[in-house]
Design a protein around this ligand. Structure first.
Ligand SMILES: Cc1ncc(COP(=O)(O)O)c(C=O)c1O
Length: 447
């Protein structure tokens, strides 16, 4: 008997096609992050989502998909997760924003800081970019230095000019701003040391994601922090993606390190807009109002930073992580998916063409042609075929608490069938099987 899951075959995208026709007249880019844009998906794909529940989302045509990126990694428990919604609803009845802080800000400050004992103070905001930018600003204020250093081979740290100015999309960023951002090779202490020696007493901080691959050397982060401190710079760990994924609360506690500041967002409020900067008192206090006579640092001051129901979502998310061992579940699902993916790729004899990278909590696939070059066409074809089989795949899988082992089996069956089309295209031509244009990199110089 064949125990393979029966796949939902999706071929109707009429409403999506209509949505695509008009949305670009209304919203530049057609979305509020470039990663969600039409140029990031095959032509045969949902243009917008109508709703989600657990590990599933539905598009405008009523098609159901297994979700893989979970709101760009922000939904750590599942869509419309009931205990979070119940807490949010309770808070909504009491009002969303007031002239003075809400009581819930203190409750969250205490709850979050209890998770990260090396930090004493916390500042909230609505977006990850505003907290990474706030961390950079504090470091500049604290050290009196202007330069900021980050790994040039990492994808994203902020929508703000200090980061975007160093990408291919630097249009609109003044040269003077670009010149203040320096890059080094990720997880390479020598490369970081060279920067410090080239710019003596000028680098305010290093900001980096803690780990992007399962094989990140254990001693890299402690040594990098020591190096930064030796040269008088602060060290910021950006836990935007790793937070509530690599561990609870994140890689900082997993590695037992003590960065000066950490930045948090995405999965910490199950998709609601709640982000945070945590740090050591002597640095964070610069953003305070107690040191009378000191020059004031205008740190992450936002109208919506204290929005009550988003903070309530964060509190409910923390509670769910504590009560349910979410990390263990998510890692188990992630490990299972990677193991089965490897098996599937080997069975299809596609090891040279499909590689798996990343971590158990965010694995991704890389597609290569016969010359060994990364192929956007083959990648797009694979996304098209996965989407056709009911999996909203963009090349990455982020396990959440609502994913089950059955979902992994469904994913693998869809992947296995998609590999058969992939092989046909490899041996013939991608154009014959791919409908529409290949996807394009988010960070590109020209449209
Ligand atoms: C590592 C990292 N830092 C910062 C950000 C910025 O977060 P946001 O999109 O919430 O501004 C992102 C977003 O993708 C990120 O991946």
């Amino acid at each position: 008997m064949n125990n393979s899951p029966k796949l939902r075959i999706i071929e109707r995208f009429e409403r999506s096609q209509n949505y695509r026709k008009t949305i670009h007249n209304l919203i530049p880019g057609g979305a509020h992050t470039y990663t969600k844009g039409d140029d990031q998906f095959p032509a045969l794909s949902p243009a917008a989502i109508s709703h989600g529940k657990g590990a599933y989302v539905w598009d405008l045509d009523g098609n159901q998909y297994l979700d893989c990126s979970m709101g760009l990694t922000s939904v750590s428990l599942g869509h419309a997760y009931k205990p979070v919604l119940d807490r949010v609803r309770e808070e909504l009845e009491k009002g969303a924003n007031f002239q003075r802080p809400s009581y819930i800000e203190k409750e969250m400050a205490e709850a979050f800081l209890a998770l990260i004992p090396c930090h004493d103070m916390i500042k909230f905001s609505k977006n990850g970019s505003s907290v990474t930018t706030a961390a950079v600003k504090l470091a500049r204020a604290y050290t009196g230095r202007d330069f900021v250093a980050f790994p040039g081979d990492h994808p994203f740290y902020s929508v703000d000019d200090w980061f975007i100015g160093r990408t291919a999309c630097d249009r609109g960023v003044p040269q003077a701003t670009k010149d203040l951002s320096l890059t080094f090779k990720s997880y390479d202490l020598n490369s970081l040391k060279e920067l410090f020696e080239k710019y003596p007493n000028q680098i305010a901080c290093v900001i980096t994601e803690p780990e992007k691959e399962d094989n990140t050397p254990q001693d890299y982060l402690p040594k990098a922090i020591e190096l930064a401190h030796q040269y008088g710079a602060l060290f910021i760990v950006d836990e935007m993606i790793s937070g509530f994924k690599s561990d609870f609360p994140g890689s900082t506690t997993r590695y037992g390190i003590e960065p000066d500041m950490c930045t948090w967002g995405k999965g910490i409020a199950n998709g609601f807009s709640f982000c945070a900067l945590t740090g050591k008192k002597h640095v964070m206090e610069l953003g305070g109002i107690r040191n009378i006579g000191d020059a004031k640092v205008f740190l992450a001051s936002t109208t919506h930073g204290g929005e009550t129901h988003a903070i309530a979502a964060g509190l409910a998310t923390i509670k769910a992580f504590k009560e349910n061992n979410v990390i263990e579940h998510n890692h188990k699902i992630g490990d299972l998916l990677v193991a089965k993916l490897r098996q599937c790729i080997a069975q299809k004899g596609l090891e040279k063409h499909i590689a798996i990278a990343g971590t158990k909590w965010l694995s991704y696939t890389v597609f290569r042609d016969f010359e060994g070059n990364v192929s956007m066409s083959l990648r797009t074809l694979m996304l098209q075929e996965m989407i056709k089989r009911g999996v909203l795949y963009q090349g990455a899988f982020v396990p959440c608490f609502s994913h089950t082992e059955q979902d992994v089996d469904y994913f693998i069956e869809a992947f296995s069938q998609s590999c058969d089309v992939f092989k046909l295209a490899l041996n013939d031509s991608t154009e014959k099987y791919l409908v529409g244009e290949p996807t394009k990199p988010v960070f590109r110089k020209y449209l």
